[in-house]
Design a binder for this molecule. Structure first.
Ligand code: F6R
Length: 613
């Protein structure tokens, strides 16, 4: 979704840095972009353009056209008002002295706009964000102090925001404010930064602070001062981001998605190895006692999209290991469902970005009702990570492609570790089973590497099947759970209609959709139910389906007797098998989308981090 960057330098020009930062946030999804730069000679200069960032870059000759060491930039994902040059940010106040970029939604913007219109203020755009630029000017004219004006303005607005602001009267200062939308302060050698996403500034600095809700920051080239909502100074802790710059770059690959698929063995290794010592799961960051675990009466797993699919897999695995009821819930449904949460409820929230608004709101609702929240998050310092009672990070590194891959598999494996850890506390798992699962988790990176050697096979099947207009994924138990993810991957990047079904359900309705030539991706990796899964494959074959199967070495021979084509994954323990079974599904979606010439890393209508409801 929208991206913000701001820079105030000693001598270095702002515009090229702003454009570079915006380019690094392109993956979040956007429809227009803009920058504002202030210089002594020219005052505030603003350039905006609908469409790809390249248009803005060409318009400003890569930034060279705009002189000045102070500036803000924005990529917009339209919510209020259509995507066009006027609605793009930065928004400028009526007398041209204030430029503002905004992420989030101002809920009472119509009411505020009404009040300003009555005072004769003229608006140019349809956005909620412009209202804040105008309101800020109104308060600035009242008090002639920018910090005070921002404070007054924030007290009047309702909703979520991250703001980057420059004012022509303040030649050396960038002002930032945040509530419910991420904003990072970056400390650099040649100047200081603000950004909504660490990838925008990681090339320039790794030293950052995460702004908290209600905070306002005044940033100059050699100072960063932060205030709370009463304008009292706040001491900010600095952290060092350990992501590698190259991890956020394509490094010769055609697409981030493909690079990230290939990074999975390493990402899993990073997530797992510090958490296994002497054959036991060690979760140093987690403070759950056996007493607490015994008192858990209900476990919720809450997430959206692919992260929700991780929860579906984990429900099967945790119920097997913990012998406790687990409910999975879509965050957007959970928050409005009057959920049964009390102090004996453990609520697991799963999120790559840590900023998904639905997930965050669901987590807050769970906390409000007394539940204990444990977040599984990839982005360090993100809002969900900071608000949860406990957080465990997946060490997947930056995930840039909109379609998640390495975050999904690291979430899966981390959930397995937490499941084992809790089962051990509860004494609900046989030690032999505990050991077998843990051994298989440790072998995963190696088995993933082995599996990734078959990339060519999947590419071939994709070229054979990419013309299908509707594709079904079927499987039982954990295979059904990964089928959901395979189907979502395919839909989102190749735009092919697809559905995932628990194979046993086919005969209750959906088998009527199977006709000669229909492509069915049959998952047969879950050993305990392989025979049952096989009979469903036979059923769809009997109705003329073309079957592409995903199976294991052990079942290869039996599957190949019926399926038209097979991709074979290494055998593992059933609990761990989904982490392998899902990889051919990711690759299949990738290669089908490639054959169809789709914009793989930035599929239409989608954004990487969904910060609106
Ligand atoms: C699909 C995908 C989305 C996300 C979902 C939740 O490939 O990436 O479905 O899984 O939007 O995002 P996070 O995990 O950031 O909360």
């Amino acid at each position: 979704m929208c991206g913000i960057i701001g820079f105030v330098g000693k001598d270095e020009q702002a515009a090229p840095i702003l454009l570079d930062g915006l380019e690094r946030m392109e993956y979040r999804g956007y429809d227009s972009a803009g920058i504002a730069v202030r210089s002594e000679a020219k005052g505030l200069q603003v350039r905006k353009a609908k469409g790809r960032l390249k248009v803005l870059s060409d318009l400003t000759q890569g930034g060279a056209e705009l002189e000045g060491v102070l500036g803000i930039g924005h990529t917009r994902w339209a919510t209020h008002g259509e995507p066009n040059d006027v609605n793009a940010h930065p928004h400028i106040s009526e007398n041209g002295q204030i430029a503002l970029v905004h992420n989030g939604i101002i809920e009472n913007y119509l009411e505020l706009k009404e009040q300003l219109l009555k005072r004769g203020v003229k608006f140019t755009s349809d956005t909620d964000s412009e209202v804040v630029a105008q309101l800020l000017e109104f308060h600035y004219n009242e008090c002639h102090n920018m910090l005070e004006a921002v404070g007054r303005c924030l007290r009047r607005i309702e909703g979520s925001y991250a703001f980057g602001i420059i004012c022509s009267d303040y030649p050396n200062a960038l002002i930032a404010a945040r509530k419910d939308s991420p904003l990072i302060l970056g400390y650099g050698e040649s100047g200081n930064y603000i950004a909504s996403d660490v990838t925008a500034i990681i090339k320039y600095t790794r030293e950052v602070s995460y702004m908290d809700d209600g905070e306002i920051a005044v940033i100059t080239s050699n100072s960063v001062d932060v205030f709370d909502d009463e304008l009292t100074p706040v001491d900010k802790k600095r952290s060092v981001v350990d992501w590698d710059v190259s991890a956020a770059e394509k490094g010769g690959y055609a697409h981030f998605m493909f690079k990230e698929i290939l990074e999975q063995p390493e990402a899993v290794r990073r997530t797992v190895s510090p958490r296994i010592k002497d054959g036991r799961v060690v979760l140093d960051d987690l403070d759950l006692t056996a007493d607490y675990a015994r008192g858990i009466s209900r476990i919720y797993m809450i997430a959206c999209g692919s992260a929700y699919h991780v929860a579906v897999v984990s429900k099967y695995n945790w119920e097997r290991l913990l012998r406790r009821p687990v409910e999975v819930a879509l965050a957007s449904e959970f928050r409005y469902s009057d959920p049964l949460v009390d102090e004996h409820t453990l609520v697991i929230v799963i999120s790559q970005s840590g900023e998904t608004l639905d997930t965050m709101a669901a987590m807050r609702e769970a906390k409000r009702r007394g539940g204990r929240t444990l977040a599984i998050v990839n982005v360090v310092g993100s809002s969900i990570a900071r608000e949860a009672d406990d957080v465990l990070y997946t060490w997947a590194g930056p995930e840039i492609a909109v379609a998640t891959t390495k975050a999904y598999t690291t979430q899966l494996v981390l959930m397995d570790l937490v499941g084992l850890y809790l089962a051990d506390l509860l004494d609900s798992v046989e030690q032999a089973e505990y050991k077998a699962i843990l051994e298989e988790i440790q072998l995963l990176p190696e088995k993933m590497d082995q599996l990734l050697e078959q990339v060519g096979d999947v590419q071939y099947f994709a070229s054979r099947y990419f013309n299908h207009t509707s594709i079904f994924f079927i499987g039982r138990n954990l295979d059904y759970a990964i089928g959901l993810e395979g189907s979502l991957k395919l839909k989102e990047i190749s735009y092919i209609h697809s559905e995932a079904y628990a194979s046993g359900e086919l005969k209750h309705g959906t088998i009527s959709l199977i006709e000669p030539g229909t492509l069915v991706v049959a998952l047969g990796t879950y050993a305990p139910l392989f025979d049952k899964a096989m009979s469903n494959v036979v059923e769809v074959k009997a109705r003329g389906a073309e079957v592409l199967s995903i199976t294991t070495e052990s079942f290869r021979e039996r599957m190949e007797k019926t399926a038209d084509a097979s991709v074979v994954v290494p055998d593992s323990h059933p609990v761990v098998q989904p982490s392998l079974g899902v990889i051919p599904l990711q690759l299949f979606a990738y290669y089908v989308a490639l054959q169809k010439g789709c914009d793989i890393d930035k599929p239409r209508n989608l954004a990487k981090s969904v910060t609106v409801e």
